[in-house]
Design a protein around this ligand. Structure first.
Ligand code: UDP
Length: 239
């Protein structure tokens, strides 16, 4: 354990990341690869909680643009995150990693309700905990959920796994050849420079909790391990 920098982590996996190259839905290869990566880190003794997004299935904003009631559309988004959570649990269990899913909206036949103390107990017992259902409230995001749960379970860091992007850039590196990658930023930089790493609510909560966030590329094998060992990959954002 001595070489491990971060012993209790929140891994934020966006819906987009789970869709992989398909751009929509759940890609089984991505789930399988991610489960293996998590397994490696889990076997090192790192306590891992995952917050999954839902944008690969549904986003509240999309529904609102179509004329739906925003809160209604957001509840659909929260349900989407539960589907992703179950898919991730399935992948992890196939890889032999004990896992519990907790939902912030009760659906006891499907998963446990979110209970902070129970989540911490699972982590202490070596189970990966998947937090799904977002915060349970419309108008929020799963980035805010990651910031919130990280504070609640006293995580050392939030690892923001990105799909084929290795950090935060000054501009979109796929479009602008002059885009530069930042090694370190603060949450205030994210807000002031409008860098869109996470939404403002999530950034401002992370500013208050001072839990660092590392943005890194999850498609590079071994990266989650590198991050928990403290290797300088990706962009670190301080509170
Ligand atoms: N959502 C919500 N409250 C939350 C978390 C999520 O209403 O606390 C809804 C919201 O509609 C959002 C959708 O769930 O669009 C999917 O979450 P998010 O967009 O954060 O997923 P990601 O971008 O990470 O895939």
């Amino acid at each position: 354990m001595s070489d491990i920098k971060y012993k209790r982590v929140i891994l934020k996996v966006s819906g987009e990341a789970l869709a992989g190259k398909d751009g929509f839905g759940i890609n089984p290869e991505v789930i399988k690869d991610l489960a293996e990566e998590i397994k490696t880190v889990h076997s090192m003794g790192v306590q891992i909680a995952i917050v999954c997004g839902g944008g690969n299935i549904w986003r509240g904003e999309t529904g609102a643009k179509m004329g739906m009631d925003r809160a209604q559309a957001d509840y659909m988004g929260m349900l989407a995150t539960v589907m992703n959570g179950l898919a991730l649990q399935d992948g992890l269990e196939h890889a032999g990693v004990p896992t519990r899913v907790q939902t912030s909206i009760e659906m006891r036949q499907v998963a446990e309700p979110y209970i902070r103390r129970r989540a911490v107990r699972h982590l202490e017992k070596g189970r990966v905990v998947i937090f799904s259902g977002g915060t349970g409230n419309p108008y929020f995001s799963t980035d805010t959920t990651a910031a919130l749960r990280a504070a609640e379970i006293e995580a050392d860091v939030i690892l923001m796994a990105k799909n084929n992007v290795d950090g935060v850039y000054s501009a979109d590196p796929k479009v602008d050849p002059d885009a530069v990658k930042f090694e370190e930023l603060t949450q205030l930089d994210i807000i002031n420079k409008d860098l869109r790493v996470m939404d403002r609510t999530a950034s401002s909560l992370s500013m208050d909790t001072e839990i660092p966030l590392i943005v890194f590329n999850m498609n590079e094998p071994g990266n989650i391990k590198k991050v928990v060992l403290g290797e300088n990959i990706g962009t670190t954002i301080r509170g």
